[in-house]
Design a protein around this ligand. Structure first.
Ligand SMILES: [Zn+2]
Length: 353
């Protein structure tokens, strides 16, 4: 049997970059509804999903993740579209496979938090496993290189996802990541280092954290994970300015309205590109081998990550070069009129020392 493409990439300290954030991006563009957050765009506008997948590869993603996040039975039930479940999943997998094949990138399936799991209610465990099973089987049939199981606030649900991939996945590697609530550990209070170590010991190929926290509040947790685990670790924050007082993007408040910023007023808290670059550098320095961005990601952010990880994706052809700017640029190429008085008028300084 040929060596698995993901494991091959990660062997000997290699790294893998993964652009996520399809759900938020299509909501922002008006192709799916905030609230239920179901990837209906897969069925209504598959060409747009293909295009965004291509764009993420252009910006440096090594993986095309099938857009099946929240495309599971429970979420489709909420919007009355259970009948479209299989069609939606198979089409999302088909789109991702096509882009991955055309671009020579990895092809990944995706399962996630079911929103049904309750640790003391065994009936929900049966339901949750059934949800995982069908999505895993469709992904394996499509020929994925690996399966991402993500955004679990409870270790127990994450562990059930991993066990399901092992049970139904025919040997497909699993990348399992946890999302933090405001707590220092998982929802059932297992510290993140410990939780990830248990997932690693149970056989996950990559373990780590995704979603929920921005760079500032995810960094301390990912350091814990790095210290506790032996193998490759994953880090996929949301590009928002979370703080010690508001550690998750669900807890941020919009200063304009005084209301929770999640989800529609989150733009008031977005990170700058420099911040993403600095965070990616910190992750690279501590040895994060599987690096990405989650909800709120867009190509301008992802290119920063790719460049920090020493890639030169096609989008880097257009990386910022302010030396070409008529006011801020190289003074030998532009008139004193622009770099002097004009700049002075715009920004209050000529920038001359
Ligand atoms: Zn996310």
């Amino acid at each position: 049997m040929a060596e698995n493409a993901l494991l091959k990439r990660l062997a000997n300290g290699g790294n893998v970059l993964i652009a996520e954030g399809y759900l938020f991006e299509f909501e922002r563009r008006g192709f799916l509804k905030a609230g239920a957050f179901v990837p209906e765009v897969v069925l209504e506008h598959p060409e747009l999903v293909k295009s965004l997948s291509e764009e993420f590869v252009h910006a440096g993603s090594d993986v095309v993740l099938a857009f099946t996040y929240y495309g599971h039975r429970e979420k489709l039930r909420v919007i009355g579209r259970e009948g479209d479940l299989e069609k939606m999943n198979r089409l999302a997998l088909d789109i991702a496979k096509g882009v991955a094949t055309a671009t020579g990138t990895l092809f990944a399936g995706n399962i996630c938090n079911t929103t049904l799991y309750q640790r003391d209610n065994e009936a929900t465990h049966v339901q949750v496993e059934a949800i995982f099973k069908e999505q895993i089987e469709w992904a394996v049939e499509a020929g994925v290189d690996f399966i991402v199981a993500e955004t679990f606030t409870e270790l127990a649900e994450a562990m059930l996802a991993l066990k399901s991939i092992q049970k139904y996945g025919k040997g497909t590697p699993a990348v399992v990541t946890l999302a933090s609530t405001g707590k220092a550990g998982t929802f059932e209070d297992v510290p993140f280092g410990e939780a990830c170590r248990r997932l690693e010991e149970a056989g996950a190929a990559v373990v780590g954290l995704n979603c929920s926290r921005g760079p500032a509040t995810m960094l301390p947790l990912i350091r814990e994970v790095r210290a506790a685990c032996k193998g490759p670790i994953a880090c996929l924050p949301v590009p928002y300015r979370t703080t010690n007082d508001c550690p998750t993007f669900m807890s941020l408040v919009d200063s304009f309205s005084g209301e929770p910023a999640f989800p529609i007023d989150l733009p008031s808290h977005t990170c700058g590109r420099s911040e993403i670059r600095q965070f990616a550098q910190a992750c690279k320095d501590i040895g994060v081998q599987y690096m990405g961005l989650c909800c709120g990601n867009a190509s301008h952010y992802f290119r920063e990550v790719a460049e920090v990880y020493q890639r030169s994706p096609p989008a880097s052809r257009y990386s910022t070069d302010m030396s070409q700017h008529y006011m801020f640029g190289d003074r030998s190429r532009f008139s004193e009129y622009s770099t002097g008085a004009y700049r002075q008028a715009y920004v209050g300084t000529t920038g001359k020392t």
